[in-house]
Design a protein around this ligand. Structure first.
Ligand SMILES: Cc1cc2nc3c(=O)[nH]c(=O)nc-3n(C[C@H](O)[C@H](O)[C@H](O)COP(=O)(O)OP(=O)(O)OC[C@H]3O[C@@H](n4cnc5c(N)ncnc54)[C@H](O)[C@@H]3O)c2cc1C
Length: 381
């Protein structure tokens, strides 16, 4: 059982940043510097960092509550969620030296670890096809290649980067030959790394990255060279659970908005919420959200106990991302024409929550995981 003080504390930080704050940023592709600072100062973004390194030493169950409350408040959790997800690579595979050096600085907010570079134009979901290459040259790697859709690079100090250190056709298993580097963006941008923002449907600060002999010290290799696929995969369940928690927060946000509007808006001499075509879909959406929430809790509890949770994490992500998009679409319906007015905020959240059916992993691959690993069917890709 997560201490209810965590949800209350997050709510009180979020209450200082109203929806107009998020609407303004959305309009100008701005980054919520003050919000991220406030969450950091309150200690929430260091939830997963062990106490010995200055963090709160909490589990994924608590982190899920934090992300859910951020989303439910109307904020865009995408601005800061990576610090939670990316952490797993460093926590589980970083050397003691790396952890002692980086984690206290991240926990205090002196450094932001908000960026995670995996996706490439020619690889897509087929991660083993990435071609960004890190060539060893003495005590440094020289990185060359291209990434796409990498979020928050302009607002992060550090990036966890997946590269190839051996070509795909020279390794026994296609998942071999991949490595993970911690890139210090403060030094990299303009010195081997060029960043080009992508104009996108949501304010996610996603960018194209071009690497041209970027130098990364070998001491920034996380885990073993050539075994980076495992480093990335180990964080996947936590990532799915936390994204699912955000979706539950989004769904609850939409239901709150739609419910309030359905009670107040009077047409044909009665509140629109009296019509079954409005009321029953809202009730269904509420039920779907509560079911998804149960699965998020189950997956997080198993994760924190160190039990296998792939099935639960994937089902949670599937159920929650569908519940949030359906709740968002329903809120658009309930608010009628006003749903399209930016000052009602619903259209922004509707755009934002749609992402989670596509990224960080699309619904098809969540279903493929369940088909293959839970139902024991032949691998479909
Ligand atoms: C706003 C935004 C922010 C992002 N931020 C980051 C980030 O910070 N870091 C990062 O590394 N990436 C990031 N991404 C990338 C994101 O993770 C990818 O877009 C996502 O994984 C899908 O990859 P793709 O776009 O290449 O789709 P593809 O892999 O090309 O797939 C396209 C579609 O085809 C389907 N498909 C493909 N093959 C199969 C198959 N065998 N069976 C069934 N269906 C299949 C997929 O499910 C999908 O619907 C971001 C993306 C967006 C839009």
């Amino acid at each position: 059982m997560v201490d209810p003080a965590i949800a209350e504390g997050v709510r009180s930080v979020c209450a200082r940043f109203d929806e107009d704050y998020w609407r303004r940023l959305d309009g100008v592709r701005g980054y919520p510097v003050e919000f991220v600072q406030a969450l950091t100062e309150a200690g929430y973004l260091a939830a997963l960092i062990p106490e010995e390194y200055g963090g709160a030493g909490l589990g994924v169950s608590e982190a899920a509550v934090i992300m859910e409350e951020v989303s439910r408040s109307g904020a865009h959790a995408g601005a800061c969620h990576a610090q939670m997800y990316v952490m797993a690579s460093l926590l589980r595979h970083g050397s003691t030296q790396q952890k002692e050096f980086w984690l206290p600085q991240i926990a205090s907010g002196a450094l932001r670890l908000q960026s995670f570079g995996v996706t490439e134009p020619d690889a897509g979901t087929d991660t083993t096809r990435i071609s960004t290459f890190a060539r060893r040259d003495g005590d440094r790697y020289m990185v060359t290649g291209k990434k796409v859709w990498i979020s928050r690079v302009e607002y992060s100090d550090l990036m966890v980067l997946l590269v190839r250190t051996a070509p795909r056709d020279k390794v026994e298993k296609k998942t071999d030959g991949l490595s993970v580097l911690l890139v210090d963006l403060r030094e990299a941008i303009g010195s081997g790394l060029t960043v080009k923002p992508i104009e996108a449907m949501i304010n996610h600060h996603a960018c194209e990255l071009f690497f041209d002999d970027l130098q990364v010290p070998v001491k920034n290799l996380i885990g073993t060279e050539g075994k980076g696929f495992r480093v990335i995969m180990d964080g996947m369940n936590a990532e799915r659970i936390l994204i699912a928690a955000e979706c539950v927060g989004d769904a609850r946000y939409f239901i709150d908005k739609a419910r309030a509007y359905a009670r107040e808006r009077r047409i044909f001499d009665r509140p629109i919420g009296q019509n079954q075509a409005i009321q029953l879909p809202l009730a269904r959406s509420y039920a779907e959200t509560e079911l998804a929430h149960l699965m998020v809790r189950e997956a997080a509890t198993r994760f924190d106990r160190g039990e296998p949770c792939g099935e639960q994490a994937n089902i949670a992500k599937l159920a929650a991302s569908e519940a949030s998009f359906k709740a968002g679409d329903l809120a658009m319906e309930v608010l009628g024409g006003y749903a399209f007015a930016r000052e009602y905020h619903v259209e922004r959240k509707w755009r934002e929550t749609r992402l989670y059916r596509t990224a960080p992993i699309s619904t098809n691959f969540i279903l493929a995981h369940i088909g293959e690993h839970v139902l024991g069917l032949p691998r479909s890709f």
